[in-house]
Design a protein around this ligand. Structure first.
Ligand code: PEP
Ligand code: MG
Length: 584
């Protein structure tokens, strides 16, 4: 049943960013947005058709040269796929349908082509022949190329042309697509791919934008232009909602807002358990626009400033001076609380520092995090000096991503020492006592925590990567998303081993903001949780309703458990017993 037919329809996925979004649905198929629909004048018909013809010709050229290249590199068999693409490009059924539909609809040609091909894809998905069914992906590829060649505005932000907030449905979004979304134009987004700990999901939470991922067949099942509700609490995309559904969601939205405001009102209460264990509760920050939310949510400073979004966001790396100015302002606005800057963590699924000539086969195991910084020393030192100089204006900490062992720690310490000497020479101030820490997100670092603890002031456990690297499960691959379990005994034991090293240890991965798992983290003995600013009020409330000794006993039991479900169950039970009202 399609959206056009007007029946309410629910698609289920995984909620990754809370909130309710309502608006018209906009569909983005594998990197090509559904074109905006515009009525055209009869006088425009000829030029529109010419635009389409020239896009077909350009696409044909591209496909032929791709075919020649693949044939040269891998042989004729591999290149044959492009024959299928070329055939589809000139497919008579599609072109005839387009010729009929175009004068009937009198809309811009790209939108009519998009609609015709989408319908064709839908039909193909239901044919019995599995080979033909599997060709849907290729058709999508060709569609994408033709649309791109009709409107080559490649770098424009998604939905930049929307006049009111829409619900964006896409096969997938990259972190940079997400960072570019304008909340005035996109009320929420839903994707077919994705996972809860991808940077796309993390950014959605920092933008405060409701998001749902991993909705099977989303692109095929959605229709551009229908009314939609995105339920970021329960993971639903509702197409063509009925009046009752709309009313239900309006009430739910109002109720959630009321509950959140009540929690925000407690922002000045300490994050302390009922038996007096104090946990530092800080904010994770990606964007400058979040700085006001830090204060509003009562954060005790910033526990993780992901500097890569500021450094690589607009394509030109800010120099030392620009970085210093930016960092200084944040430090001053958070004073007297501490701001912990994490140095550039590019690579993996994040913005690349440099566009590499050859794509990495395993980007998460490749040129990422501290490895990039240590191979671009001059640029790294600019960032270190900027952070050191900011430390003269308030309390500052620095930490390094993706550290795997002591050699990297010694290398960064030596560079830090050089930077201090350079600043002394320049006569520029910095705090001699600035805390230096590392992220624990690679299993080898967790196993060596006792040794590493002798060289740094604090640890911050990045549970997103620690889980990914410990269980060998790609954090952004939705096919293995069900295996991504931070409560895997292997992960929990590594966390315990890290904390046992005896220096202050925070958790700044997404696990820290999951109120189901806060009892386990408190029980394991973390001294700090750093979470997305919007989660702070709810995590504070959770901590204030826990008893540390009970959490400790539960964590000991968890450490003896054999599987992730048992560990999760122990923590969830305690959470539901201590603050059932948060789960309503
Ligand atoms: C983590 O890995 O848990 C973490 C906090 O870092 P990021 O999500 O930026 O990789
Ligand atoms: Mg990480």
């Amino acid at each position: 049943m399609s959206c056009k037919e007007g029946f309410e329809r629910r698609l289920k996925g995984m909620p990754v960013s809370p909130g309710i979004a309502m608006g018209v649905l906009r569909v983005e198929a594998r990197g090509c947005s559904s074109p905006i629909v515009r009525t055209i004048l009869p006088t425009e018909m000829e030029s529109e058709w010419a635009r389409f013809e020239s896009a077909l010709a350009r696409t044909e050229e591209e496909l032929s040269s791709l075919k020649a290249r693949v044939e040269h590199l891998s042989g004729a068999n591999e290149a044959a796929i492009f024959d299928a693409h070329l055939l589809f490009l000139r497919d008579k059924t599609i072109l005839n349908k387009l010729r009929k539909e175009f004068p009937k609809r009198m809309q811009n040609i790209d939108s009519v082509y998009y609609a015709v091909v989408q319908n064709f894809m839908e039909v193909m998905r239901h044919v019995d022949d599995p080979y033909l069914r599997s060709r849907v992906v290729d058709i999508g590829d060709v569609l994408q190329r033709v649309l791109k060649n009709m409107a080559p505005a490649q770098n424009a932000p998604l939905c930049g042309d929307c006049t009111e907030p829409c619900v964006l449905a896409a096969y997938d979004l990259t972190p940079s697509d997400t960072a570019d979304l304008d909340p005035r134009k996109v009320a929420g987004f839903v994707t077919e791919a994705g996972s809860a700990v991808s940077h796309t999901a993390i950014l959605a939470r920092s933008l405060g934008m409701p998001a749902v991922v991993a909705v099977p067949n989303l692109v095929i099942d959605s229709r551009v232009g229908c009314q939609a509700i995105l339920d970021g609490y329960n993971g639903y995309l509702i197409l063509n909602p009925t009046a009752e559904t709309l009313q239900h969601y309006r009430e739910l939205q109002a109720e959630k807002e009321r509950a959140y405001t009540a929690l925000i009102d407690m922002k000045d209460l300490p994050a302390e358990t009922t038996d007096g264990r104090r946990i530092r509760l800080a904010a994770n920050v990606e964007f400058a626009h979040e700085y006001t939310a830090i204060q509003r949510s009562g954060a005790e400073g910033v526990g993780l400033f992901r500097t890569e979004f500021f450094l690589l966001g607009d394509g030109s790396l800010p120099d030392e001076e620009a970085q210093y100015e930016h960092y200084r302002k944040l430090v001053e606005s958070c004073s007297p609380e501490e701001v912990i800057f994490r140095t550039l963590d590019s690579g993996g699924d994040k913005l690349p520092f440099e566009v590499l000539e050859e794509k990495e086969d395993n980007p998460f195991l490749g040129w990422r995090g501290i490895r990039v910084s240590l191979s671009r020393v001059e640029i790294f030192k600019e960032q270190l000096r900027a952070i050191l100089r900011a430390s003269a204006h308030g309390k500052v900490g620095v930490m390094f991503p993706m550290v795997s062992g002591i050699t990297e720690v010694k290398d960064v310490q030596a560079l830090l020492e050089d930077c201090r000497a350079e600043l002394r020479e320049r006569g520029q101030a910095y705090d001699e006592n600035m805390r230096v820490g590392i992220m624990i997100e690679v299993p080898s670092a967790a196993m060596m925590a006792d040794v590493l603890a002798r060289h740094v002031d604090f640890f911050s456990i990045g549970t997103n990567d620690l889980t990914q690297y410990t269980i060998a499960v790609d954090r952004v691959n939705f096919r293995v998303a069900s295996m991504f379990r931070p409560t895997h005994p292997g992960v929990v034991r590594l966390m315990r081993q890290t904390i046992s090293a005896g220096i202050p240890t925070a958790v700044c991965g997404e696990m820290g903001g999951d109120i189901n798992l806060v009892p386990l983290l408190v029980g394991l003995g973390v001294s700090e949780l750093s979470v997305g600013a919007h989660l702070l009020p709810v995590v504070r409330y959770a901590i204030r309703h826990l008893n540390y000794e009970e959490c400790r006993a539960m964590a000991e039991e968890a450490l003896q458990a054999e599987d992730s479900y048992t560990i999760r169950g122990l923590s969830v039970d305690m959470a539901h017993r201590c603050y059932p009202e948060l789960f309503n």
